[in-house]
Design a binder for this molecule. Structure first.
Ligand code: GLY
Length: 307
């Protein structure tokens, strides 16, 4: 079977001047996954290693450097899924974790559940041996102060309906990281991790931790979504891609059809990455940017800001 892996650093309007950093971080992360797959390792290990590298890189909105919610703290969401037995694990609302994707993996491997949230997820992380970690960086804290102050001018104190505002101000949207891979045994896996949307309401859960919405893997396709999660949740976008592939459409056509629907129904700022069982990586997005990197077979890692 052909091995392949693709990863993204979030759909949206990437901050000006940092394209090279975005692509370098993704290239290094995909290299970490490539080494595992090339040595005969599993797609699950490969996507987790890729996402850990992105979570540890503070320029992306996941793990260390994640965006802050309306009250000024992080609530981290993540999901991992593997095609074997359709196994999935997820966490939402983690406040003190270095690598939410590894906690999600523990939920999958060590519990009977699929998702743990909030205090329960944090307690589980501690029981599993993950030390508390403050993901807030000084840059994100300063960014939060700036945006929060300007938001009060525009919306007043109770920013309960953010959609129009985020459409008008895409620089406020968060981003997400994710990876999808197929290994030499034909097993597919996907992993997705995010801080969610900047200034989100406390308790808001997006698409990333929800299997079939922001993250999905089955025998035919593994996919990760990025962009405003409410649209991805309402369309179950990654599962919608998989259904089209299962009906015989190509992966690229399936992703384009799902994004076309998201555009028609919501004018949604969404992007997708995916691989199919043949080892074909594909990226598509409705945003200006979606930094992504990929490799397939014994080829090199390539990276681009736009598909
Ligand atoms: N797609 C990430 C989020 O909306 O939370």
């Amino acid at each position: 079977m052909g091995i392949a892996l693709i990863a993204h650093g979030g759909a949206g309007k990437w901050r000006p001047g940092s394209d090279d950093d975005a692509l370098a971080g993704l290239t290094a992360a995909v290299e970490a996954g490539r080494r595992i797959l090339a040595a005969g390792g599993s797609s699950l290990d490969a996507v987790c290693a890729t996402v850990v590298a992105l979570e540890d890189n503070p320029i992306y909105n996941a793990g260390t450097g994640a965006v802050l919610n309306f009250d000024g703290f992080c609530e981290l969401d993540a999901c991992v899924m593997e095609s074997r037995e359709a196994r999935a694990g997820a966490v939402s609302g983690l406040q003190r974790a270095k690598n939410p994707i590894l906690v999600a993996r523990k939920v999958m491997e060590e519990t009977d559940h699929v998702m743990l949230t909030g205090d329960g997820a944090q307690r589980f992380a501690r029981v599993m041996g993950f030390p508390d970690h403050d993901p807030i960086t000084p840059e994100r804290r300063a960014d939060w102060f700036d945006k929060r102050n300007r938001l009060d001018e525009v919306l007043g104190k109770h920013a309960l309906r953010m959609r129009r505002f985020l459409q008008d101000h895409p620089e406020y949207a968060g981003g997400t990281v994710g990876a999808a891979a197929v290994d030499s045994h034909g097993v597919l896996a996907a992993a997705t991790s995010t801080g969610g949307v900047t200034l989100k309401m406390v308790g808001r859960v997006g698409d990333s931790p929800v299997p079939g919405a922001g993250n999905y893997a089955c025998a035919r396709v593994a996919a990760s979504a990025t962009g405003t999660g409410e649209f991805v949740l309402r369309s179950l976008a990654t599962r919608a891609v998989a259904e089209r592939v299962e009906r015989g459409e190509s992966l690229a056509a399936s992703m384009e059809a799902v994004l076309e629907g998201l555009g028609r129904d919501y004018d949604a700022d969404v992007g997708l990455i995916a691989v199919d069982a043949t080892g074909m990586p594909v990226a598509r997005h409705r945003t200006r940017d979606m930094p992504h990197a990929w490799f397939c077979g014994d080829g090199p890692v390539a990276a681009r800001m736009r598909a």
